[in-house]
Design a protein around this ligand. Structure first.
Ligand code: NDP
Ligand code: HSE
Length: 436
C-alpha cells in the first residue's frame, strides 16, 4: 500500500519530537498501522531550524498554506498553537478534505464545536490525543475504553508546568520565578506561560474531557478558572499538617442539576495516589459507574511524550482512513445527534468541601462565634487547627476544614465571619476534594 502522506505545521518542541520519534520507530509503527506514514512536508517560520531538524528528508516551506492546499497530503498535523493562524489552517485543511491531528487544546476548547462540525460535514477525522495530558492516552480511554460507563466525575492534574512549580517550590524551597524559568527551558510551558499559571491551560483540557465524558459541546467560556498565582506557602504548610497536599486540579462532575467544570488549587488527602504525582507528571482519575475509579498517570508535557500521543493519532487515522465515516469513532465520543444539553453549573451551585484560614484575635469566644456562623449556615466542621500565637502576638491563625456544602453557602458564611471585629483581613478559602 502506498505511504500515507503527512504535512507538519510547526516543528517546535512537539513538532520536532514527532518528526524524530516517527523516524526512529518507523518500522514498528508501520507494522501497527499497516502502511508507512511519511512526513512529506514541513512548514515553519524558522526555515533554517526546520531544515536542520529534517536533514533534507522532506520538503520544508515557511508558508503553511502550501501544506494544507497540497493535494498529495492526506493528514495535516497542526503543532503551531494558539487560535489565530492555527484555526484558519485547520479549517482550510478540513475544507480541502484532509484529516487533522492537533495538540492544540486552546483551539479545541474554544473553537472545537465549529471545527468538529466542519470535519463531520467533510467526512474527515480530527484527532487530538495530545491535547489533554500529553503522552497519557486519556482521550482514547474516555472515548473508547470506558464507553460502557456512565462517567460520574473526572479530576486531574493536567498541567505539568504548575505541578512542576508546586513540587519544586515545596521540595527544594525554590522561588516561583526560578522554577517557572526551568519549566520553560524544559519545554513544558505554553508560549504564554500565564495560560499555565492562571489555570487557563488546565481549563482548556478539562473542557475537552467534560465534552467527551458527558457528551456536551465544548463550553470553555463557562469553566471556572483559578490558577496558582495567589496560592500562599502558609496554606501549603497548614494543609500538610492536616494530612493534605494542594494540587491544581481540573474537575468535571455530572450532577442532577448540571455539570461542574472547574480548575482551582485543591486540597487532596495525602494518602491518595494522585496527591503524590510530582514534577511535570500528570494524572487523571475517572469515576465510572461500572468500572469504579481508574487512574491514568504519565508525562503530561515535553517533546517526545507529547509526540507519542500525536503519532498514536496518526496511526489511528491511517487505520481508519478508508473506513466509511459513519463507522468511525465520533469526535466527541457520542454521536453528533445524541449530544446532551445539560447546563454547566455556575460556581455558586457547586458542592464540595472547604479549607478556611482566618487570622483572629487570640481571645475567648472567637472560635465560638465562627463555628456558630457555620452552624447557622448548615455547614458542618470536619477538622480544625488552631495555631499558637507567635511570641508577644495577640493574633493567631485558625484553620477549619468543612464537610461538603454548596459554594454559595460558604461564600455567605465567609462574609459574616469577615464582618466579626475579631477576624482580621480576608478569610482564605480553598476547595477540598476527598476523591474517594
Ligand atoms: P513551539 O512554540 O515549540 O512550536 C511551535 C512552532 O510553530 C514553532 O517552531 C513556530 O516557529 C512555528 N510557527 C509559528 N507560527 C507558524 C506559522 N504561521 N506557520 C508555520 N509555523 C509556525 O510550541 P510547542 O511545540 O510546545 O506546542 C505546539 C502545540 O502543542 C501547542 O498547541 C501546545 O499547546 C501543544 N502542546 C504542547 C505540549 C508541550 O509539552 N510543549 C504538550 C501538549 C500540547 P517560531 O518558533 O519561529 O515562531
Ligand atoms: N503547558 C502544558 C503543561 C503543556 O504544562 O501541561 C502540555 O499540555
Amino acid at each position: 500500500m502506498k505511504p500515507i502522506k503527512v504535512g507538519l505545521l510547526g516543528i517546535g518542541t512537539v513538532g520536532a519530537g514527532t518528526f524524530n520519534v516517527l523516524k526512529r520507530n518507523q518500522e514498528e509503527i508501520m507494522r501497527r498501522a499497516g502502511r508507512s506514514i511519511e512526513i512529506a512536508m514541513v512548514a515553519d517560520l524558522n526555515l533554517e531550524r526546520a531544515r536542520e531538524l529534517t536533514q533534507g528528508e522532506c520538503e520544508v516551506v515557511n508558508d503553511a498554506n502550501l501544506v494544507v492546499s497540497n493535494p498529495e497530503i492526506d493528514i495535516v498535523i497542526e503543532l503551531i498553537g494558539g487560535y489565530g493562524i492555527a484555526k484558519e489552517l485547520v479549517l482550510k485543511a478540513i475544507a480541502n478534505g484532509k484529516h487533522v491531528v492537533t495538540a492544540n487544546k486552546a483551539l479545541l476548547a474554544t473553537h472545537g464545536n465549529e471545527i468538529f462540525a466542519a470535519a463531520q460535514q467533510k467526512g474527515v477525522m480530527v484527532a487530538f490525543e495530545a491535547a489533554v495530558a500529553g503522552g497519557i492516552p486519556i482521550i482514547k480511554a474516555l472515548r473508547e475504553g470506558l464507553t460502557a460507563n456512565r462517567i460520574e466525575w473526572i479530576a486531574g492534574i493536567i498541567n505539568g508546568t504548575t505541578n512542576f512549580i508546586l513540587s519544586e517550590m515545596r521540595d527544594k524551597g525554590l522561588d516561583f520565578a526560578t522554577v517557572l524559568k526551568q519549566a520553560q527551558a524544559l519545554g513544558y510551558a505554553e508560549a504564554d506561560p500565564t495560560f499555565d499559571i492562571e489555570g487557563v491551560d488546565a481549563a482548556h483540557k478539562a473542557t475537552i474531557m467534560a465534552a467527551i465524558a458527558f457528551g456536551i459541546p465544548m463550553q470553555f467560556d463557562k469553566a471556572h478558572v483559578e490558577g496558582i498565582a495567589r496560592l500562599e506557602a502558609v496554606d501549603i504548610r497548614y494543609a500538610e499538617e492536616l494530612g493534605y497536599r494542594i494540587k491544581l486540579l481540573g474537575i468535571t462532575k455530572r450532577t442532577e442539576d448540571g455539570i461542574e467544570l472547574r480548575v482551582h488549587p485543591t486540597l487532596i488527602p495525602e494518602k491518595r495516589l494522585i496527591a503524590n504525582v510530582e514534577g511535570a507528571m500528570n494524572a487523571v482519575l475517572v469515576q465510572g459507574d461500572a468500572v469504579g475509579a481508574t487512574l491514568y498517570y504519565g508525562k503530561g508535557a515535553g517533546s517526545e511524550p507529547t509526540a507519542s500521543a500525536v503519532i498514536a493519532d496518526l496511526v489511528d487515522i491511517t487505520r481508519l482512513a478508508t473506513a466509511d465515516p459513519e463507522h468511525r469513532v465520533p469526535h466527541l465520543a457520542f454521536q453528533p445527534d445524541s449530544m446532551s444539553n445539560l447546563p454547566i453549573l455556575p460556581m455558586s451551585e457547586i458542592v464540595t468541601s472547604y479549607y478556611l484560614r482566618m487570622h483572629v484575635a487570640d481571645r475567648t469566644g472567637v472560635l465560638a462565634d465562627v463555628t456558630r456562623i457555620l452552624a447557622d449556615s448548615s455547614i458542618s466542621i470536619d477538622a480544625m487547627l488552631q495555631k499558637e500565637p507567635a511570641e508577644g502576638e495577640a493574633k493567631t491563625d485558625i484553620i477549619i476544614l468543612t464537610h461538603q456544602t454548596r459554594e454559595k453557602n460558604i461564600v455567605a458564611a465567609i462574609e459574616k465571619i469577615q464582618a466579626l471585629d475579631t477576624v482580621f483581613g480576608a478569610v482564605t478559602k480553598l476547595r477540598l476534594e476527598d476523591l474517594s
